[in-house]
Write a protein that binds this ligand. Sequence first.
Ligand SMILES: Nc1ncnc2c1ncn2[C@@H]1O[C@H](COP(=O)(O)OP(=O)(O)OP(=O)(O)O)[C@@H](O)[C@H]1O
Length: 216
Amino acid sequence: MNAAGPLILGRGLRLARAGKVVVEAFDLELHAGERLFVLGASGTGKTTLLHSLLGFVPLAGGELQLLGRTCRSEQDFAPLRGPLGLLFQDAGDQLFGPTVAEDAAFGPLNRGASAAEAREIALQTLARIGIAHLAERPVHALSGGEQRLAALAGVLAMSPQVLLLDEPTTGLDEAASERLLGVLADSGLSMIVASHDPACVGALATRRITLAPAPR
Ligand SMILES: Nc1ncnc2c1ncn2[C@@H]1O[C@H](COP(=O)(O)OP(=O)(O)OP(=O)(O)O)[C@@H](O)[C@H]1O
């Protein structure tokens, strides 16, 4: 599927929040192997853009193709949540638990893996990220940085084709941040990353685009 074309292609995107246009006439392309960074001051719409790629913020204008399919309605976006894996800015928004291992197993279970297979995928993913020791910890008993790594495990356990990462290193200390950046680089996955962290940009970015404030 979509062997030659971009993984993500947006043309003339317009995005609004609470009736106010935030992103206007924005073009976006992500090609296989790229790690595209979306830069821009606070409030310029980086999170809004990432959420629009999963259909959480509806398009107010423009055209969007994801993995070769034109996406307009919920029906178009729903099957792509998984192939496109979003790490939320606030990791607490995507951890449901009860434990870290059960949370990471949820996606594979939902996609038809057996309970044993899903647990194995979850445990392997936790080990890959360096948080195997947190497997049986309740998700509400994690530090902010641990929550972020646990949330990433849940995303990676779905074997995504594209990662959408919203400020992935926020809340991590230097060691955890380096481990996360290493996992992301080693994943070989194409990704769009919103980040203010120069270390994150420097370590991963293959291309950068900047969101400008929408004209008033
Ligand atoms: N749920 C919401 N309802 C109404 N307005 C919102 C909502 N979420 C964001 N906004 C507004 O939309 C604009 C873009 O916000 P967004 O979070 O996308 O920016 P950002 O570039 O990701 O910011 P930051 O770098 O601070 O995370 C801001 O003006 C923000 O106040």
